[in-house]
Design a protein around this ligand. Structure first.
Ligand code: NAP
Length: 246
């Protein structure tokens, strides 16, 4: 079993890579610029007894998805699990103050990149296209239902697109041996918050959250890996909130 995880070098993707390895998956991780972090995850996956590969690709660029799947298949064989996880935020602000370039780049990565990655999975995984079947997990966000006013409405809207994509693709691939779900994390302890807030937002917001703390990447990974597994064999089209009651 081979799982491909976009944005697997850090945060939620890296935790998912480690947990997949523990549960018997070989793992290809994708990263954009942090080769050192990617190499560390590869070593961790291998130490758990699984095969691993790392592939650099900017998911915001046209052609990246096709090249990524080609490289992953060449390294570890057909992809049976796909975690569509790579995503970016940008500096917290009101929409009126956002530069058009920032909005375009965010949509290029979070929406266009995610759709084209899913397109690639939809060309290779379905049993009626000669693929192995399998499971796809899109990583959305609680932001898709909260709207993220005065923070990043562009990001929230990009995650709304991921939710919608999940609903449509679960139906498109339902008879082709491929389940499609999404996980919507709440505030999780990763480095992403430095890009939006410039400080450890997860630590600061923790006490105000329903469970009195932010989530850990490993807690999101548990939901993703369950959705990848046969234990979730009749779950498709689900938008699973893993947000600690938020
Ligand atoms: P993170 O810690 O900032 O890690 C981001 C990962 O994505 C890294 O592996 C990074 O690679 C990769 N990446 C970024 N831009 C990319 C691009 N253009 N092409 C390919 N890879 C790219 O982020 P995270 O918190 O784990 O977030 C993962 C996903 O969860 C995202 O979709 C995010 O929106 C979602 N999410 C996060 C939270 C949260 O509170 N953390 C909450 C809800 C949803 P490099 O290491 O090379 O930079």
């Amino acid at each position: 079993m081979h799982v491909l995880i976009t944005g697997g070098s850090r945060g939620i993707g890296a935790a998912t890579a480690r947990l997949c390895a523990e549960r018997g998956w070989d793992v290809t991780i994708n990263y954009v610029s942090n080769a050192e972090a990617a190499a560390k995850v590869v070593a961790e996956v291998e130490a758990l007894g699984a095969r691993a590969a790392a592939v650099q690709a900017d998911m915001g660029e046209l052609g990246a998805a096709e090249a990524l799947f080609d490289a992953a298949e060449a390294a570890l064989g057909p992809v049976k699990g796909f975690v569509n996880n790579a995503g970016v935020v940008a500096k917290a602000s009101m929409l009126a103050d956002m530069a058009p370039e920032r909005v375009k780049r965010l949509i290029d990565v979070n929406v266009t990149g995610a759709i084209l990655a899913l397109r690639e999975a939809a060309r290779r995984m379905p049993t009626d296209r000669g693929g192995p079947g399998g499971s796809i997990v899109n990583v959305s966000s609680a932001a898709s239902r909260l709207g993220s006013p005065a923070t990043y409405v562009d990001y929230a809207a990009s995650k709304g697109a991921i939710d919608t994509l999940t609903i449509g693709m679960a139906q498109e691939l339902g008879r082709s041996g491929v389940r499609v779900n999404c996980v919507r994390p709440g505030i999780v302890e990763t480095e992403i918050h430095m890009d939006s807030h410039g400080f450890d937002r997860a630590a600061k917001a923790g006490p105000s959250l329903p469970m009195g703390r932010a989530g850990r990447p490993e807690e999101i990974a548990e939901a993703i890996v369950w959705l990848l597994s046969d234990a979730a064999s009749y779950t498709s089209g689900a938008l699973l909130d893993v947000a600690g009651g938020r």
